[in-house]
Design a binder for this molecule. Structure first.
Ligand code: 5GP
Ligand code: MG
Length: 178
């Protein structure tokens, strides 16, 4: 593996206060919905989702979906399949989908289309990080934690070869020359 350094881009305290703020906004929008299902996209969203849902005071069901996308390096090719499906029936329910990062938007759009086939009453999306400038397709994101311009990020659930997910802050991977 190439040698690299990690440069912090979002600290733990900023995440904590932003997540609390986001949760308050979502709660105001969703607390009167009956039958809420929160669906996290594995693995990246696991920490964000865990922090977020602990601020909610409305009843909900929780589930996860895992997808694999084929591509080389750090970009997804758009060829996607489900490797772990949801287990809760979402028909007629209000779904909040939780994703770690929306980059080109291809993965999120694919998952949204996939879930819409199950006929939820509504489908909203909350992402921890939005890399808006790299968007390749139109995808509607309802709640965004942070906007980041560029760089490959790790920490707070995000990995580089399954490493660094445990870090409480977000870091940019900086490859060393040579
Ligand atoms: P998209 O389909 O929007 O291009 O890609 C989104 C997925 O690529 C995210 O769910 C995430 O798994 C991965 N991804 C995109 N940018 C980053 C990044 O900066 N760091 C990490 N760890 N994953 C990323
Ligand atoms: Mg992901």
């Amino acid at each position: 593996m190439k040698e690299y350094d990690l440069k912090q881009v979002i600290d733990e305290q900023s995440i904590r206060s932003r997540v609390k703020e986001l949760a308050r906004t979502i709660e105001a929008d969703m607390r009167y919905c009956e039958d809420v299902v929160i669906i996290g996209i594995l693995k990246g969203a696991f920490i964000f989702m865990a922090d977020l849902v602990r601020h909610f005071s409305f009843p909900m069901q929780i589930d996860f979906i895992r997808i694999a996308s084929y591509g080389t390096g750090h970009t997804s090719s758009g060829e996607i399949r489900v490797t772990k499906d949801i287990e809760v029936d979402i028909e007629g329910k209000h779904v909040l989908l939780i994703e770690d990062i929306v980059d080109t938007g291809l993965s999120l759009k694919w998952v949204m289309d996939y879930l819409k086939k199950r006929k939820p009453a509504s489908l909203k999306v909350c992402v921890f990080i939005d890399k808006k400038e790299r968007r390749e397709c139109e995808v509607s994101v309802d709640y965004v934690g942070f906007e980041v311009q560029e760089g490959f990020l790790v920490g707070y659930g995000l990995d580089y070869s399954e490493r660094h997910r445990e870090l409480p802050g977000v870091y940019e991977v900086r490859f060393r020359n040579g």
